[in-house]
Design a protein around this ligand. Structure first.
Ligand SMILES: Nc1nc2c(ncn2[C@@H]2O[C@H](COP(=O)(O)OP(=O)(O)OP(=O)(O)O)[C@@H](O)[C@H]2O)c(=O)[nH]1
Ligand SMILES: [Mg+2]
Length: 1103
């Protein structure tokens, strides 16, 4: 370690008010790690000459090679300004693929340094990280980095640069402003609602809440970034300088005899210096004067760059150096690269570490200042109301707020991720320099060993058994080597209360742990092996995180970031550790990235499969966002957030976790299957139904073969199917959901899960106390669904929802349209008080829902999940207990089920209905005949599930089917020269440009585009190559989009034949995608590989 000794840091760890936990956040490449280097150098851990070049916190080899950060890593620094501070700094990655690492960092901090590139300004990830900081209630400060680029690259004058910087500040503040207003509005609504409910509950109308807390009154002045508030630093991390206007205010107040508080208020803004009157006046812009910031601050820097870098004026440089009172080494003065001299001067004159660290200590809160709001957010268990948590749990809120390191304070620790370290890197295994005595001791030992060996050798000649004796030692050596290579996991954590000690007994609480399930009156001393998601263990080792190094600690008091060893058995990815079993698990981290890129991996040598399996398990633990799973086909699949992330995971597997050669398949592209309303125009944009169908006969023939015997399909798409034992018949119809509804369902997965949980509880006659805000959200969700499901066919549909699927929360709906069947609503959590008339659940209700779940999990096109489909169960006849009594009602069923349903051609309606009811009658009489004979088809519920699943699949096939493709959005920044090439790449890959605009103050264009995931592999690389590195896009998953072409399409009209030819397989993208998926899954692919097995002929008549 450098200057600061371990003892010093340990002492500082105990002074909670003087601790700052912070992370550095920014868009990719805006200079986070470079800035961190400067801060690390200020502690003497690395040389200040190397600061900015070393990127010390990028400790992985691939991070250094690629030049981007992939893992967040922490380091503890020491800083003195009057007071001594301990700064726990976490550097985070900026690439979208690793945004989960940002989430894990943000959770452990109280503040953040948001870095913005002075040229690029606010970028997509800047907005994302600002939102993340906001969601976690941590306070940000701003560093505008790379100011040198304004001088050297853009060649702006100081005045232009000032305007440019103002714009950047405006942009950043606009982002925070929008976050703030949305939150204030939300909060006000919440408070109104709570106040109202307390009025109605108490009847007395106690006004507990401040009604006036509106947008106008709420204090937002702390929120915005402004240099005069001291929360902005201007910097060039690579050249080692940075300043806040405080420093210049101090400097000039002595020189000019103006109070520094006045300068502080006027250095930034529309003020100028009236030289004659020696006064600072307002209105620089209107009077055409130089603003104070330009005159007193920027001009100095500009002239420094001018003298050192542009003109290389030695004399002037020397003059400046002496006037600033700096010392520059002569070898720097003589160096051929002017940047070396520049950073030597500037890092003394305006050291960036000084500016940033003093801002951090002043403006960011200490761990003790944690807000009640944040605590409640961290502690909320799922959808529960805070006050419905057990009393002991609620009491812990105080422990959070106290943040006390007392003996009596409960220990509360949150682990946000697990990271792997080589066992060699652990401090206990590290080689340290030997002392003189130890060297002497070892020499003595070696001498003894040598003597023993010689003695043994002599006796070996006489004794044959020695070889056997040698064996065990050889073995033990081998296991020691294996032990050496073992991966050790260290938990990346923070203490929120109490003191965590080595050897302490603690509870490890999984993310799904629920303190209310705890038996009454148990304490930490009890062993509670039976409580789910809870384990009891002893703290093995504690580490201080120092970037690439770890230092061993005996205890860590509250408010500090730390590493915990020996937890890999108990923690998968994240967990809460506490001495109190009533501690709630922390709310799960919110990840911004959706894992979407999947590959199948296999070992090069099949015999190494177990190693791969073990490696995948370790990888899963070490990466917050990667998922590993085994598909039904037996493939081992790795799911990652993007291409770069995938590459890193594969490298990790090869080199660290599995240590074998592996081969990865091409990325598996996910699709969704859906149905749409019958299209109005055909493939050549002609109105349907007007042309002569050439291939009608051909089609009809196909239609008939599509459905096996026993499946009845009417022309409106109602599918009726009977179980093999003929006991039950279901009639199902598939209806496309409006796009908005699908989106609503997707956006509200969590709410649907909560509703599902509530229903499960209700099933067991228990109740779940759902937090008021979530209830409101559910209510709102319901209203939105109702307003989007308008029209005759959807009448009352929202009330009749039976289930969501797949996995009970997906974007498909099962609708109960069975006449006379009223089942408990999925919305029952909203109707607690009303206690509506008892709805009965029919036997086997669950089987129908399960069939639906299975059907939506994998569709008939290529076994991909369904999306945006509503299955309406219109008939459900059972012939179990009272066959005759039911028969009448069933007859009614099939006739009255019509009104709610989407019918394209009304005329055929009645006719078909009769047919279907007739058919159901027929099947019923069959069932009667089968009567009570022994069922040879297996359990009835299983039969019903299978029948329901099949019915859904056929109903799906009776409608026009489409594939849906996953889409990325990307923002590409490019200069005008390369714009054309960017467009070319985009259109080649079926991308669609949404927006193009010029970035103010630069010659850059920002292009927003969407691109199918299927076409995205290598996209970023291609763009980079085609634009010689000037544009590098970041792809973020955005949504699913219906591919308009029909995969089952065959040309039927004259025009289509003319246009596409007889086979028409050249341009059908959907078909290509579908066949690719089917081929991968080993499903039947209908393809003609060779059409004419003859040599190609020239069809010229002349020959
Ligand atoms: N001109 C200039 N370049 C800088 C400055 N700071 C950093 N850079 C360069 O910007 C590039 C990215 O710097 P990093 O520090 O790796 O950026 P980062 O934000 O950590 O990137 P990620 O971790 O991948 O998100 C490097 O090539 C740096 O040399 C600066 O102040 N001026
Ligand atoms: Mg970095």
């Amino acid at each position: 370690m450098g200057h600061t000794s371990l003892e010093k840091i340990i002492a500082l760890q105990k002074k909670t008010p003087h601790i700052r936990n912070l992370c550095i956040l920014a868009h990719v490449d805006h200079g986070k790690t470079t800035l961190a280097d400067c801060l690390v150098a200020s502690n003497g851990i690395i040389s200040s000459r190397l600061a900015g070049k070393l990127r010390y916190l990028d400790s992985r080899e691939d991070e250094q090679i690629r030049g981007i950060t992939m893992k967040s890593s922490a380091i503890s620094l020491h800083y003195t300004t009057g007071n001594e501070y301990l700064i726990n700094l976490i550097d985070s990655p900026g690439h979208v693929d690793f945004s989960s690492e940002v989430s894990t960092a943000v959770r452990l901090c109280d503040g953040a340094i948001v870095v913005v590139d002075a040229v690029e300004g606010v970028c997509p990830q800047t907005q994302v990280v600002l939102r993340q900081a906001w969601l976690e209630n941590i306070r940000p400060v701003l560093v505008i980095n790379k100011i040198d680029r304004l001088i050297v690259e853009l060649k702006l004058t100081s005045q232009e640069a000032y305007t440019h910087l103002q714009k950047i500040l405006e942009q950043v503040n606009a982002v925070t402003g929008s976050l703030f207003t949305s939150k204030v509005l939300e909060e006000r609504a919440e408070k109104d609602a709570e106040a109202q409910s307390s009025c109605t509950e108490n009847g007395s109308g106690d006004q507990v809440y401040d009604w006036s807390a509106g947008l106008e009154e709420t204090d937002d002045s702390d929120l915005y970034f402004s240099p005069d508030r001291g929360n902005v630093v201007f910097a060039s991390a690579i050249d080692g300088w940075g300043f806040s206007i405080h420093q210049f205010a101090e400097m000039y107040s002595q020189k000019m005899g103006i109070r520094s508080s006045v300068l502080l208020k006027t250095l930034w803004g529309d003020f100028y210096l009236n030289a004659k009157a020696k006064k600072i006046m307002k209105g620089a812009q209107s009077k055409g004067k130089k603003p104070l910031f330009v005159q007193l601050v920027l001009d100095n820097i500009w002239s420094m760059y001018d003298a050192v870098v542009t003109r290389r004026d030695k004399e002037k440089v020397e003059k400046m150096v002496t006037s600033l009172g700096l010392k520059v080494m002569s070898r720097d003065l003589r160096h051929s690269d002017p940047k070396v001299l520049l950073s030597a001067i500037c890092s003394q004159w305006l050291p960036v570490s000084q500016a940033v660290l003093s801002m951090v200590c002043e403006k960011l809160p200490s761990p003790a200042e944690i807000s009640a709001e944040r605590v409640e957010k961290l502690m909320s268990v799922g959808a529960r109301r805070f006050d419905s948590l057990p009393e002991q749990t609620q009491e812990l809120k105080k422990a959070f707020l106290d943040c006390s390191a007392d003996e009596t304070a409960p220990v509360i620790v949150f682990v946000s991720k697990m990271f792997a370290v080589d066992s060699k890197a652990l401090p206990q295994n590290k080689q340290r320099p030997l002392t003189q005595e130890e060297i002497a001791q070892r020499r003595e030992q070696a001498r003894q060993r040598h003597a023993e060996r010689q003695a043994a050798n002599q006796s070996a000649e006489t004794l044959k058994g020695t070889e056997l004796n040698m064996l065990p030692t050889a073995l033990s050596v081998k296991t020691a080597v294996e032990e050496d290579n073992k991966e050790h996991f260290v938990a990346f954590a923070r203490v929120y209360s109490g003191v965590l000690r080595k050897g302490q007994k603690v509870f490890v609480l999984g993310p799904k742990y629920d303190p209310s399930l705890l038996p009454e009156g148990c304490s930490a001393a009890d062993v509670l092996p039976s409580v789910p998601h809870m384990a009891c263990c002893t703290v093995d080792s504690l580490y201080l995180l120092m970037g690439r190094e770890l230092e061993e600690l005996d205890e860590v008091p509250t408010g500090n970031v730390l590493g915990i060893g020996g937890m890999e058995e108990f923690i998968l990815k994240s967990a809460t550790i506490s001495t109190s079993p009533s501690c709630p698990p922390f709310t799960p981290l919110n990840f911004e990235a959706t894992p979407i890129v999947r590959v199948a991996v296999e070992p090069k040598h099949p015999s190494e499969m177990p190693k791969l399996v073990r490696g995948m398990r370790l990888l899963n633990q070490a990466d917050p966002c990667a998922e590993v799973l085994i598909q039904e086909t037996g493939e081992h699949v790795l799911v990652t957030a993007g291409e770069v992330h995938l590459q890193r995971c594969l490298d990790d597997l090869r080199e660290r976790f599995a240590k074998i050669e592996i081969s990865a398949s091409k990325p598996i592209i996910p699709f969704r299957e859906t149905v749409i309303r019958p299209p109005k125009v055909d493939m050549v944009n002609e109105d349907m139904g007007k042309q002569q169908k050439v291939a009608v006969i051909h089609q009809v023939k196909e239609e008939q073969t599509k459905y096996p015997e026993g499946v009845q399909v009417d022309s409106t798409g109602l599918v009726t199917l009977t179980t093999p034992n003929k006991m039950a018949t279901v009639g199902v119809r598939a209806i496309p959901l409006p796009e908005e509804v699908t989106r609503l369902l997707e956006d509200n997965v969590e709410l649907i899960r909560t509703m599902e949980q509530f229903s499960l509880f209700a099933w067991e006659d228990k109740t779940l106390d759902i937090n008021q805000k979530i209830l409101e959200n559910i209510q709102e969700f319901k209203v939105k669904l109702e307003s989007n499901l308008q029209g005759r066919k959807w009448r009352g549909a929202v009330e009749r929802i039976w289930a969501f699927g797949p996995r009970r929360c997906g974007p498909n709906i099962l609708l109960n349209s069975v006449e006379g069947y009223r089942r408990p609503s999925v919305w029952q959590c909203l109707e607690r008080e009303k206690e509506t008339e008892k709805a009965e659940i029919r036997d086997f209700d669950n089987s129908i829902a399960s069939g639906f779940q299975l059907a939506t999990l994998s569709g008939p096109m290529c076994e991909e999940p369904l999306m945006g489909v509503c299955f309406s169960v219109e008939t459900w006849d059972m012939k179990l207990s009272a066959p005759l009594a039911q028969q009448d009602s069933i007859d009614e069923d099939s006739q009255t089920a019509e009104p709610n349903i989407d019918n394209q051609n009304e005329s055929s309606d009645t006719h078909e209905t009769n047919a279907s009811s007739a058919s159901s009658n027929r099947s019923r009489s069959g069932a009667e005949a089968a009567g009570s004979s022994v069922d040879c088809y297996g359990p009835f519920s299983g039969q019903l599930i299978a029948a329901m699943k099949e019915a859904c699949r056929y109903a799906f096939q009776a409608k026009p089917q489409r594939l849906m493709a996953a889409m990325y959005t990307c923002e590409i920044m490019a200069t005008a020269e390369v714009l054309g090439r960017v467009y070319a790449v985009l259109s080649k890959r079926e991308g669609r440009v949404l927006q193009e605009e010029m970035k103010e103050g630069t010659d850059m264009f920002i292009i927003k585009a969407v691109l199918p995931v299927a076409e995205s592999f290598g996209f970023a690389d291609e763009i980079r190559k085609r634009t010689s590195g000037l544009a590098s896009p970041q792809l973020v998953f955005s949504h699913w989009e219906v591919i308009s072409s029909d995969p089952f399409w065959v040309p039927t009209t004259e025009e289509e034949y003319l246009h596409f030819g007889e086979k028409a397989d050249s341009s059908n993208q959907a078909l290509k995608y579908m066949n690719a998926v089917r081929r991968r899954k080993g499903l039947y692919v209908e393809e003609k590989i060779v059409e004419h097995a003859e040599k190609q002929r020239t069809l010229s008549k002349n020959k």
